[in-house]
Design a protein around this ligand. Structure first.
Ligand code: SF4
Length: 377
């Protein structure tokens, strides 16, 4: 059953709503040197094609600040500047980006924080208060002994209150840890105490496999509780993978339906076609499709169409000749060697007709990004 979302207040990051009833937003972070303008633009374009809805870039120096306008002008999704230690960089970034991520605990004195908050207010952009178990304030570590969920929540609530005292509430909050239990406990406790939208993440989760498992377990627990308004999967891998995993987690919980959902049989001794290769090829070849379509690949027709009944479209292998089916009904027989090609063409056609229908039902005044966003609810 689809989890019921906990009600949070809503903010906007460059026109993308976060919190409230808005779809859970999938974001990522560039891995390029931000001063490498060309490389960073190229990576953001790749992320956009992968479905990334908001991108975060590290801004560690003034040189990186100077790179931001060109990067912003050449890309299409909202941009968040990630800033530590130097409040002047945060001030400068507010002039350019759609949101800043700071850890108020390391940005400097209260006066400096007040200046940053004022700059964000003047530009009407939100702030992500990013608390991390690895960089908690010394007083909290002394009080709790080590990074606990309670310490992280106290840190987040203290920062939020200080910023609220400046009259600013345009915030979202993250409480990241690389320990799954710690992160889950911290997010759960914070969501009991506050209705600010939450950015979920298991930090330094690991490589593709370990990071995906840790993130899926941690974020899965939270999302199943209805907690979380935006997320980033942190992987030591190509950031486009982070986007794919993010959407797969949301799809598994029926919280978002974006793009192709490939169902493949686990294969067995009755296998008539190379299901594993075809399923992998389909995920790669159809990755550009945003419309939600469930595609089934079955190795034989023994349980064939019945097993694929939930799919919009699918194939089942046979000796030399397989079948193409739609919504559980046989459409036609296809030479086994042509099954993958025929399926790709059929899915492309189905996606195109759904795209046209969805555009017709809109008033035609949305931006491309917002259309993509709406079509993937
Ligand atoms: S669809 Fe056929 S090949 Fe695939 S697991 Fe079922 S019986 Fe085996």
């Amino acid at each position: 059953m689809k989890p019921e979302r906990r009600k949070t207040r809503q903010i906007q990051v460059g026109g993308i709503p976060i919190g409230g009833n808005a779809p859970i937003v999938v974001q990522s972070m560039t891995t390029t040197d931000t001063c490498d303008i060309h490389g960073t633009i190229e990576q953001i374009h790749q992320l956009e094609r992968a479905g990334c809805e908001i991108v975060r870039v590290a801004v560690p120096t003034e040189e990186a600040i100077h790179a931001l306008p060109k990067i912003k002008a050449a890309t299409h999704i909202p941009m968040i500047a990630d800033i530590h230690f130097d409040y002047r960089l945060a001030l400068l970034a507010t002039e350019i980006v759609d949101c800043i991520r700071i850890n108020p605990g390391n940005i400097g004195s209260r006066t400096k924080l007040r200046e940053v908050v004022k700059a964000a207010e003047d530009r009407a952009i939100p702030i992500r208060v990013g608390v991390n178990a690895g960089s908690l304030e010394r007083e909290l570590l002394q009080k709790y002994g080590y990074p606990t969920a309670e310490a992280m929540v106290e840190s987040a609530i203290t920062h939020v209150k200080v910023i609220e005292d400046f009259g600013f509430t345009n915030m979202k909050v993250s409480l990241k840890a690389s320990d799954v239990h710690l992160a889950v406990d911290a997010y759960r406790q914070f969501s009991e105490a506050s209705d600010y939208p939450l950015h979920l993440g298991i930090t330094e989760a690991g490589t593709s496999i370990t990071g995906t498992v840790k993130s899926s377990v941690g974020l899965g627990l939270l999302l199943a509780d209805g907690i979380g308004d935006t997320l980033r999967i942190s992987l030591a891998a190509d950031p486009c993978e982070e986007i794919r995993i993010g959407f797969e987690i949301l799809k598994a919980l029926e919280l978002r339906h974006r793009g192709i959902n490939v169902i493949a049989c686990p294969t067995c001794g009755r296998l008539e076609i190379d299901v594993i290769q075809i399923a992998n090829n389909l995920e790669r070849r159809l990755a550009h499709i945003k419309e939600p379509i469930t595609v089934s690949v079955l190795g034989c027709v023994v349980n064939g169409i019945g097993e694929g009944k939930e799919a919009d479209i699918g194939i089942a292998g046979g000796q030399g000749v397989g079948i193409l089916f739609k919504e559980g009904n046989l459409v036609r027989k296809v030479k086994a060697a042509d099954l993958e090609e025929v399926l790709v063409e059929e899915v492309e056609a189905l996606a195109s007709s759904r795209r046209k229908k969805s555009v017709q039902t809109k008033n035609g005044h949305h931006s491309t990004i917002n259309e993509a966003h709406a079509s993937s609810l």
